[in-house]
Structures are given as structure tokens and as C-alpha cells.
Design a protein. Structure first.
Length: 536
């Protein structure tokens, strides 16, 4: 028997938003073309006008020119797009295809003050190893024009953005793209603008005549950390400010914490489609761009029994590489947990050998950022003999590290383990404002998962004691064997480290509002709290 797939979606083809260079087949030759050949000069100071999101450059069309605010110096060369459309990344199972286009984005940010340049062009090739550019420093003779070919030899999508705005656009694993850095007269910094990658070390330094430091030119000095000008980078600006008193926004529906029983059948087929969702509500009046499985953070809660098989199709409809790791299965990770490019898919099958509530998450580096951005969920495998209860809820605690309003996760805060908000099921305070329900006398089971990425939880319900505790695969109290009955034991909190889970049960004695919290109170005050509202 087989479950009905919950999302039998035929994913649409997606280009990488903002990417002028889309995925190409691994091993595809890098673009060539005569750097400096200009087909369509642009006017000095023309505003940047890169292709619309997801729209590859038309063949031969001029591509973006000067970054906003940087003026084109005499002698700087105009942009030229080099299109190598035709190499198709075909993914039959996903029905998606991405067109390859490689463009040179010219930028003359290093050509200030009327520098005319030497008339020479230096070509450099940069590859990727893990979270590093190799080489990570390029030295050119001052006055030379620099053209960089980024060969993405890494295992996930990257880009290269230079201070001032020149960019390769997103480059799929195995693909390459070129970037015109303009005439170099002083140090210029570059980086990968995908969230978290710069912080992980993806920085490229361009020096002129070996000068790595010194008089940075105004546009460089003014460029802050955070991917200024980079396609797909977080919007510049200060972090969003949470308002812990904010009501739920109009039209917002909390993640459904009520848990349905495991579906019948022993084979569970699901499609998990990765999408990057702008303007997702994360609580406290703030929205962020969230990276999701099936559009929600957390992703769908899957459920089955010991011995069941799960056949998961992962589809990447995002703009960068993603992947999935199911703790519920025992597998060799190499193939099934690999990162896949936008437009690709993979099938990940496992048999649930052990009971528990198991984390799943994106395992593309930096995992902390992918997980904190919403790419996590739970698989519940019922233990044999699991008793019926009146109500079951699932609460997955996670941390939120705010970027600008509407922006992406702040990778520096993630690294510092300093979240702005804490939440159950993806949005801070949501069940405080829209309480969970119970009736007096009911037995309520809470399945609890700590998705982290980095902080623990101490799950507690004000006014109640747990008479049944199942922690990481075993009953600590209660259950079919009545653990603790002989010494009349009780429990006040379920402590979980990141990626641990379990369930607790309590009987609600009377009408009332029972606060459901992490007893790490600073985290509760950031939003990891709910109300269990008991009424007749
Ligand atoms: Cu991911």
C-alpha cells in the first residue's frame, strides 16, 4: 500500500533569480570570447540593468554596465554579453530545464580618477574548493584590465561579486562564468554573495602591484559587508527589529501543530520541493526570505511506523544548491545527501528501523544557515504499542537570525549563535497569539524536536507534570512498561540538544491557559512559547 504523495507537483523550470549565468552541465566548457570586444557600449554612468530575475541574457545582448554610483572612467571598456545558451541541464524527473547563459558584467570600480589604464588585459581563472576561492588572491599590474573566469569546481552554486557590484551571477556546480573587473589601480575585494558563503571564507582579493592594503578607493571603502550589489544577496540595510507585542498579521495562518495519525500503508511517497519564499512571516512583526521544503518552515511533518519505507523525491526549485538529510533513515550519505543544483532532483529512500521523532534538514554548506533559514522538518516514527491520546501536537523549536526586513538569514549571527527570535514551528509567538486547544481531563501528547541549528531546549508546560516521557528512542517514564510507576516519578521538562527529540504527555486538570515554553527563559522571551488553552 502506498500513501498518496502529498505534493505530486510538476515543478516549473526556474532560473536562478537574478542570475545571468544559469546552471550548466558539469564539465561544460567555460565560456570563451574575446574579452574587451564590445558590441554595445553603454553610456557613462548608466544605471545597472542586469537581466530580469530568471531571464537569461539574450544572445548578443549587452549586459549590465556600471554599478550604481560608480562612474565609468575614460578607457574603461563596456560590457558585452557572451551567451552560450544551449547547454541544457535537463532533469527529466523534475521536468525542469535551465538555460545556460554566461555574461560578462563589466564594472570599472577600480578605474577612478580618470585612470586610463595600461591598455593591457590580464586574464585570471579562479576555481572553488569547498568554501574557498582558489587562488584567493589575484595580483595584477596597476592599470591593467582584469577579466576573471570563475570555474565553479565546487559542489554547489556560487557566484563572484566584486566591491562595486560586478558579478558573475549565479554559477552552477560544474559551470563557469566570466567577469570583467575593469582597470585595476588598487585593492579590490570580492566574495560569494550566497548567504553564509562570505562568512565561511569565500573571499577573493585583487591587488595591484602587490599592494593588498592602502588607499582603498571610495566605492570600495564604502562597501560594507553583506554582499552589496550581489544578485540574490540580502538587501542591504540594518537587521529587522522584532516587536514582541506585534499581533499576527492579517491572513497569516500558523503552521498546523495538530498531528494526524500515521497514514495507513507501509510505503510513504512524498515530494519535497525546495523553494525560497520571500516575505515569510517569522513572528514579532518581521518577514524574511525563508528557504523551505514545500513552502513552509518547518517543512511537512512525515509520519509512519517502524518498518515503513519512505520514498522521497527532492526537487530543487531554489536559486542555489540544496540537499536533504533524513535522520530517520540509516543510509550511506554520499549519493542521497548530495547537494543538487537548481532544477535538479533526486530520490532518497529509507526504511524506518527505529522509533522516534527524527530531524530532517538541508545539508548544504553552511548547514547552520540553511537550517536556520527554514530548511528543517521532522519525521515521526511511532514506537510499537503507542497508546492513543485525546490530542497530539508537534512543536519543533528553531532559531531565527534576522537579516533586514524581507531579507535572508544573517550568517554572522548564526555563527555567533545569537538569534533574534526563537520559535515553535517557524514563527515566534504564533501559538501564544493563536493558542493550541484542549479540554479539561484530556491527555495531551506533545512531540518535541529541537531543530536548532545550535541551541537546546528545555520543554516545559506551566502548571502540568509529565507522566510519560519518551526521549530519543526510549521511555523515561510511562509507556507500555509503566516506567517510573513503582517510584511515582514525574517530569517537569524535556531537555533536548539540537537534533534530539521525543514526546511528553500530561493530563490537563482544569480550564485554564497553560504556557508551553522552553524553560531557557531568554529563549522563551524571544518567542519559543505557546499557550495551551483549556476550555469546556
Ligand atoms: Cu539548503
Amino acid at each position: 500500500m502506498t500513501d498518496v504523495p502529498d505534493k505530486p507537483s510538476a515543478p516549473s523550470a526556474t532560473g536562478a533569480p537574478g542570475a545571468s549565468s544559469s546552471p550548466s552541465a558539469p564539465g561544460a566548457p567555460s565560456a570563451t570570447g574575446a574579452p574587451g570586444a564590445s558590441s554595445s557600449p553603454s553610456a557613462p554612468g548608466a544605471p545597472s540593468a542586469t537581466g530580469a530575475p530568471g531571464t537569461p541574457s539574450a544572445p548578443g545582448a549587452p549586459t549590465a554596465t556600471g554599478a550604481p554610483g560608480s562612474s565609468r572612467a575614460a578607457g574603461a571598456l563596456p560590457a558585452r554579453a557572451l551567451d552560450r545558451r544551449g547547454a541544457i541541464l535537463g532533469v527529466a524527473t523534475a521536468g525542469a530545464a535551465a538555460v545556460v547563459g554566461t555574461a560578462i558584467h563589466a564594472w570599472n570600480g577600480a578605474s577612478h580618477g580618470g585612470a586610463t589604464g595600461s591598455g593591457r588585459t590580464t586574464e585570471a581563472t579562479v576555481t572553488v574548493k569547498g568554501m574557498r576561492f582558489v587562488p584567493d588572491t589575484i595580483d595584477v599590474a596597476s592599470g591593467d584590465r582584469l577579466v576573471i573566469t570563475l570555474e565553479n569546481t565546487g559542489d554547489q552554486v556560487h557566484d563572484l561579486v566584486l566591491a562595486g557590484g560586478a558579478t558573475t551571477g549565479r554559477v552552477a556546480a560544474g559551470a563557469s562564468a566570466r567577469l570583467d573587473a575593469g582597470v585595476i589601480t588598487g585593492p579590490v575585494e570580492g566574495w560569494c554573495s550566497i548567504a553564509g558563503h562570505r562568512a565561511q571564507g569565500m573571499v577573493l582579493r585583487i591587488t595591484a602591484d602587490g599592494r593588498a592594503t592602502g588607499a582603498a578607493q571610495p566605492s570600495q571603502a564604502a562597501t560594507g559587508h553583506g554582499g552589496h550589489g550581489g544578485h540574490g544577496a540580502a538587501a542591504d540595510g540594518p537587521s529587522a527589529t522584532p516587536n514582541r507585542e506585534a499581533p499576527l498579521p492579517e491572513g497569516f495562518t500558523p503552521f498546523d501543530a495538530a498531528l494526524a495519525p500515521a497514514p495507513a500503508g507501509t510505503v510513504h511517497q512524498h515530494t519535497l520541493t525546495v523553494t525560497e519564499v520571500p516575505s515569510a512571516y517569522v513572528g514579532a512583526g518581521v518577514t524574511q526570505t525563508r528557504w523551505t521544503f514545500n513552502g513552509t518552515a518547518p517543512g511537512p511533518v512525515l509520519r509512519g511506523k517502524v518498518g515503513d519505507t519512505f520514498e522521497i523525491t527532492l526537487v530543487n526549485n531554489g536559486s542555489m544548491s540544496h540537499s536533504i538529510d533524513f535522520h530517520a533513515g540509516i543510509v550511506s550519505p554520499d549519493a542521497v545527501m548530495r547537494s543538487i543544483n537548481p532544477g535538479e532532483s533526486l530520490v532518497y529512500s529509507f526504511t524506518a528501523e527505529h522509533a522516534g521523532i527524527w530531524l530532517y534538514h538541508c545539508s548544504t554548506a553552511p548547514m547552520s544557515v540553511h537550517l536556520a533559514s527554514g530548511m528543517h522538518g521532522a519525521v515521526i516514527i511511532d514506537p510499537d504499542g503507542l497508546a492513543g491520546v485525546d490530542r497530539e501536537y508537534v512543536l519543533i523549536q528553531s532559531e531565527i537570525y534576522l537579516g533586514p526586513e524581507g531579507g535572508v538569514t544573517d550568517a554572522d549571527k548564526v555563527a555567533a549563535k545569537a538569534p533574534d527570535l526563537m520559535c515553535f514551528n517557524g514563527a515566534a509567538f504564533q501559538y501564544a497569539l493563536q493558542p493550541l486547544k484542549a479540554r479539561p481531563g484530556e491527555r495531551v501528547r506533545f512531540w518535541v524536536m529541537d531543530a536548532g541549528p545550535s541551541l537546546p531546549t528545555s520543554f516545559h508546560v506551566v502548571g502540568l507534570q509529565f507522566d510519560t516521557v519518551f526521549f530519543e528512542g526510549a521511555y523515561q517514564l510511562g509507556g507500555p512498561d509503566g516506567v517510573g510507576r513503582s517510584w511515582r516519578g514525574g517530569s517537569q521538562a524535556l531537555g533536548l540538544q539540537p537534533a534530539q527529540g521525543g514526546f511528553v504527555e500530561a493530563v490537563v486538570p482544569a480550564v485554564g491557559s497553560y504556557a508551553v515554553v522552553t524553560h531557557a527563559f531568554a529563549d522563551m522571551e524571544k518567542g519559543a512559547m505557546a499557550i495551551l488553552k483549556a476550555s469546556e
